[in-house]
Design a protein around this ligand. Structure first.
Ligand code: KIV
Ligand code: ZN
Length: 519
């Protein structure tokens, strides 16, 4: 391993979850947390416990389940009640961290906090001390650090380290920095904060100018030894720095950065897929490292070069990031053992019941489709991942549509073990009719914001994948469904999104935000 180790602080479950449409329920968060542990991240920022009862429960469960293997972190504003909630949620974790933040820039001091510099220092220091009573591992973030006067930033950092912060994070909250600017901020802190050696400097970059990864790497060059990032670059607005890009840049350019991480890079692609599937947030085809085209060579001259010698046009091997191509793998006569082996190679860890369900789905698909690809198997498994938490399930449906007819859907849904409920609706097409009937049965009214259909593999008999994003009372929810029948895939996707809205309504009522804002 070359050089210093960079601490990978994953905030997919906190900052990432703040992306519109990306909210996850506790079971989904546990699934992502499990994948992050297997990926080898050093710290999982599991949530913001004061934000809602749902956030508190998710952090508590992640702390209890994974807090012996990976550091679990909870976010808190510099307020007693926030810190108390963070402590409560982290109680079961052996390895735990409280992340306290307070804005420091003039703009935030004047307009948001209405506090002067002395009050900011006083509040930051007392909050770090309060958190420190509970655990040694304390991170402090001067929010909007990049737009904070450098001398004041140095003072805040020095005093919070003296109060017990072991990591000082320097957030570019609004994605304003450029690589050389951010380098100078970090270098300035290293040169002017006398006790800086007692804490790890962390980078936290947003992607508003498309510079989050470049800025994070620049911070590492300047001496930061922790980066805060998310899978697929999820996060507020344009997102956070993408974990997979930072990790692969450090690995591929180890000659230059002379640093390494603990990440098991072969888990990058499966983890990206899982997060995309759970949040419903698609990964763009040409996304670096985990996009479908990231390793596709189209130009003949490139293909020729790669066939002669990979390194002519390939700086990373697809297998190093766990990339799953379109390999033809199995057919109707493949047995259970062959199926199980392939599932393991694809990076899934399924218990017996989940493996059986996946195998049953595979057999059902093999009846409809001659050739089954890795991507089909991945889609079937991911489609089942969030089944368990769904209160409402689709029992059956029927649609009729055609030229000159009124599109109609009849639908039967079941809520847990209650009697199934049947209803019918018309719409401007069979899918619209299905969506309307579902909303009537579940008593929810949603606005469809996005509807996306794609084929998972090749051929007319391919599995179709539908992703939807809906808006229910101003909040966004996503869902994904797969089937060889596109109407059924759409019904599954819409039901998942409605189930998320239903679960949010039941857990949090309407008050999912703190004082009307999420951090
Ligand atoms: O972007 C930001 O400033 C944050 C803080 C809470 C660290 O996410
Ligand atoms: Zn952030």
């Amino acid at each position: 391993m070359t050089g210093d180790r960079i601490v990978i602080f994953d905030t997919t479950l906190r900052d990432g979850e703040q992306s519109p449409g990306c909210s996850m329920n506790t079971r989904e968060k546990l699934e992502v947390a499990r994948a992050l542990v297997e990926l080898g991240v050093d710290v999982i920022e599991a949530g913001f416990p004061i934000a809602s009862p749902g956030d508190f429960d998710a952090v508590s469960e992640i702390a209890a389940r994974f807090g012996d293997r990976t550091t679990i972190c909870a976010l808190a504003r510099s307020r007693e009640d926030d810190i108390a909630k963070a402590k409560g949620a982290l109680a079961a974790a052996e390895k735990r961290r409280i992340h306290v933040f307070l804005a420091t820039s003039a703009i935030h001091r004047e307009f948001k906090l209405k506090m002067d510099k002395a009050q900011i220092i006083e509040r930051a220091v007392s909050s770090v001390k309060l958190a420190k009573e509970f655990c040694d591992d304390i991170e402090f973030s001067p929010e909007d650090a990049v737009r904070t006067e450098l001398d004041f930033l140095c003072e805040v950092v020095e005093k919070t380290i003296a109060a017990g912060a072991t990591t000082v994070n320097i957030p570019d909250t609004v994605g304003y920095a450029t690589p050389s600017h951010y380098f100078r901020v970090i270098s300035h802190l290293k040169q002017h904060v006398p006790n800086i050696g007692q804490a790890i400097i962390s980078a936290h970059c947003h992607d508003d100018l498309g510079l989050a990864v470049a800025n994070s790497l620049s911070a590492i060059e300047a001496g930061a030894r922790q980066v805060e990032c998310t899978i697929n670059g999820l996060g507020e607005r344009a997102g956070n720095a993408a974990l997979e890009e930072i990790v692969m840049a450090l690995r591929t350019r180890g000659d230059y950065y002379k640093c390494h991480t603990n990440i098991n890079t072969q888990r990058l692609y499966p983890t990206s897929h899982l997060v995309s599937s759970i949040t419903g947030m698609k990964v763009q085809r040409n996304k670096a490292i985990v996009g479908q085209n990231a390793f596709a060579h189209e130009a003949g001259i490139h293909q020729h070069g790669v066939l002669q010698e990979r390194s002519t046009y390939e700086i990373m091997r697809p297998e190093d990031v766990g990339y799953v191509g379109q390999n033809l793998v199995l057919g109707k006569h493949s047995g259970r053992h062959a199926f199980r082996d392939r599932v393991i190679q694809l990076g899934f860890t399924l218990d017996d019941a989940a493996l059986q369900r996946a195998f049953d789905d595979f057999i059902a698909l093999a009846d409809k489709k001659k050739e089954i690809y890795d991507a089909d198997i991945t889609a079937l498994i991911e489609n089942r991942l969030n089944d368990v938490s769904e209160r409402w399930t689709l029992r059956r449906f029927h649609t009729s549509a055609g030229t000159g007819m009124i599109p109609t859907a009849t639908l039967e849904l079941q809520c847990e073990s209650q009697e199934p409920v049947c209803d019918a609706a018309t719409g401007d097409g069979p899918i619209d009719a299905v969506f309307r009937a579902m909303e009537r049965i579940m008593g929810l009214s949603a606005r469809l914001e996005e509807f996306d259909v794609k084929s998972i593999s090749e051929g007319k008999d391919a599995l179709g994948e539908v992703r939807v994003t809906i808006d229910v009372s101003g909040r966004h929810y996503s869902g994904k469904g797969v089937s060889t029948d596109i109407i059924e895939a759409a019904a599954q996707a819409y039901l998942k999104a409605l189930n998320r809205a239903d679960s949010d309504r039941r857990t949090n009522g309407d008050s999912t935000m703190v004082n009307g804002v999420r951090p």
